[in-house]
Design a protein. Structure first.
Length: 418
C-alpha cells in the first residue's frame, strides 16, 4: 500500500471533474476520494512498468549515502515518497492499466510459442542519483515555502527554475564536456545530446506529474475597457491643469503621455520608457500634413524607441508610426508634443531618454507603475456610481503597466475588428 504520508502538507490542485476522479480511484481498488487531492496520494498498480521506480529507502541512500535515522530523515522520506507518487501520476490509471494488459498479452503470445519474452532486467540500479532525484527533492522542498500568490506553497512555475539552474550548471561541468554530442547540419540549429540527470525521461515524467498535481495560479494583468482608458486620460489631463509645482506637473505629463503611447502602440512592460529624445525630436514634424493624392498620407506621429527588446539581439532603434488622433479620440500627437515640450522646459538634463525624473535619472518600471496605479485608484474612487464597472476590481493586484496596456490595446483592436 504505497500511500502519501500526511506528515508534510503538499499542495493539491482542485480537479475539474470530481465524478470522474472517484471512478478512477475506485478502479484502483481504493475508497473513492472525498476531494481531488486524494487522487495523487496513492500509488497506481503497474506504474513501475511505465515509470522508473526505486523504493524510498534506496533513493534516500543514493542521496544521503547512509541509512535514515531521526525525525529529520522521516521528513526526507516523506518528500521522497511524494516524488515517486508524482512520477506515477504523470500517467493516468487507465493508461497504466492498458500498458499492463499489453505486456501480459506479449508474455502470453511468446509463451504460447514455447519461449519467454526477453524483457529488460528490473535492477539493480546504480547507487547514485542518475535521473535527477536530488533536484526533484529540492524543488519539492521549495514548494513547501510560502509563495508570491499563496502563503501555503510556492507554485510549480517558480520551483521549476531550480531545474534550469542545475541544467545550466551541468552544461559548464567537465562531465558534460566529456559526454556531450553535438549534431548540426549546415546552418541548421544545433542539437546537444547530454547525460544531464534533469534531461532524463524519468525527470520529464516526474515534472509532468508534479505540475499536474500542483496546478498553477495564473494572474494576468487585467484589460482596461476603452471607456476606462479614456476616463483615465481625462483624469490625468485635469491633474496636469491643476498641478502647480514643476515636479508634480512633470509627473502628470509623463503619465498622461505614457498611457497614450503605450496603449496606441500596444507596448509591453517598460518598452514605452525607452522613448529616445533626439530620435523622436527629429521626426516630430513628420506626418503633420495630409496628402490627398498618391502617395496618400494620413496624419501620424513617429515615436523612436531605443534599447534591448524581447526577441531581438543587441540594441536597436525602433521607429513606430501612430495615428495623430485615433477613432476613439485619443490625442497621440498632442500628448507627444506636450511631453517633449515639458521635457525641455521642466527637466534640465542631458539624458538621452524622454522619461526622466527632475533630477535627470531615468524613470524606472516601478516608478511609472506606481504613478499608473495611483491614478487608477483615484479613478475608481471618483466613480461613485460605478459607471466604469470597477467596483469589484483590486487595482493593485489586477493592473500593471507590465501587460495591461498591451492586452487592452489588442483586445480593443479585436473588438473594433481592426
Amino acid at each position: 500500500c504505497y500511500v502519501q504520508d500526511d506528515m508534510v502538507k503538499f499542495h493539491y490542485a482542485k480537479a475539474a471533474n470530481d465524478d470522474q476522479e472517484e471512478i478512477e480511484m475506485e478502479e484502483l481498488g481504493r475508497k473513492s476520494c472525498d476531494n481531488a487531492g486524494d487522487r495523487y496520494k496513492v500509488g497506481i498498480p503497474g506504474a513501475h512498468l511505465s515509470v522508473s521506480f526505486q523504493c524510498d529507502l534506496c533513493v534516500f541512500r543514493n542521496l544521503y549515502r547512509r541509512d535514515p535515522s531521526g525525525e529529520r530523515d522521516d521528513m526526507a522520506l516523506c518528500i521522497i515518497r511524494r516524488i515517486n507518487l508524482d512520477a506515477f501520476w504523470s500517467r493516468e490509471p487507465s493508461t497504466l492499466k492498458a500498458n499492463i494488459g499489453q505486456l501480459n498479452t506479449l508474455i502470453t503470445l511468446c509463451e504460447g510459442q514455447g519461449f519467454s519474452p526477453h524483457l529488460p532486467a528490473r535492477g539493480p540500479f546504480p547507487v547514485e542519483d542518475t535521473v535527477g532525484y536530488s533536484v526533484a527533492f529540492g524543488m519539492l522542498a521549495q514548494s513547501l515555502r510560502a509563495g508570491r500568490h499563496s502563503r501555503s506553497y510556492t507554485q510549480f512555475g517558480t520551483i521549476r527554475k531550480l531545474r534550469s539552474a542545475f541544467s545550466n550548471l551541468y552544461m559548464t561541468s567537465p562531465t558534460c564536456g566529456e559526454n556531450q554530442v553535438t549534431s548540426a547540419v549546415g546552418g541548421s540549429p544545433k542539437t546537444y545530446l547530454t547525460q544531464c540527470p534533469t534531461n532524463s525521461l524519468w525527470f520529464a515524467r516526474w515534472s509532468l506529474g508534479c505540475e499536474t498535481r500542483m496546478g498553477f495560479i495564473l494572474k494576468q494583468n487585467k484589460v482596461m475597457s476603452i471607456e476606462v482608458l479614456i476616463a483615465l486620460i481625462k483624469l490625468t489631463r485635469k491633474k496636469i491643469e491643476r498641478s502647480q509645482a514643476e515636479k508634480e506637473k512633470w509627473k502628470c505629463i509623463m503619465l498622461f503621455s505614457y498611457i497614450i503611447i503605450s496603449f496606441v502602440g500596444a507596448l509591453r512592460g517598460s518598452e514605452g520608457l525607452q522613448l529616445h529624445l533626439q530620435e523622436t525630436m527629429l521626426d516630430l514634424d513628420k506626418g503633420k500634413k495630409i496628402s490627398s493624392g498618391p502617395p496618400f498620407i494620413n496624419p501620424h506621429v513617429i515615436i523612436a524607441l531605443e534599447g534591448r527588446f524581447k526577441g531581438e539581439k543587441g540594441e536597436r532603434c525602433h521607429k513606430i508610426a501612430l495615428s495623430s488622433t485615433t477613432k476613439s479620440g485619443i490625442p497621440v500627437r498632442q500628448a507627444l508634443e506636450l511631453l517633449l515640450a515639458g521635457r525641455q522646459s521642466l527637466v534640465r538634463s542631458q539624458s538621452p531618454w524622454v522619461f526622466v525624473n527632475i533630477d535627470g535619472s531615468k524613470v524606472s518600471f516601478g516608478e511609472m507603475n506606481e504613478l499608473y496605479l495611483d491614478a487608477m485608484v483615484e479613478l475608481k474612487e471618483a466613480d461613485d456610481l460605478n459607471v466604469l464597472g470597477m467596483d469589484e476590481c483590486e487595482i493593485r493586484e489586477e493592473f500593471s503597466i507590465y501587460r495591461s496596456f498591451r492586452r487592452s490595446s489588442t483586445t480593443h483592436a479585436q473588438n473594433v475588428e481592426v
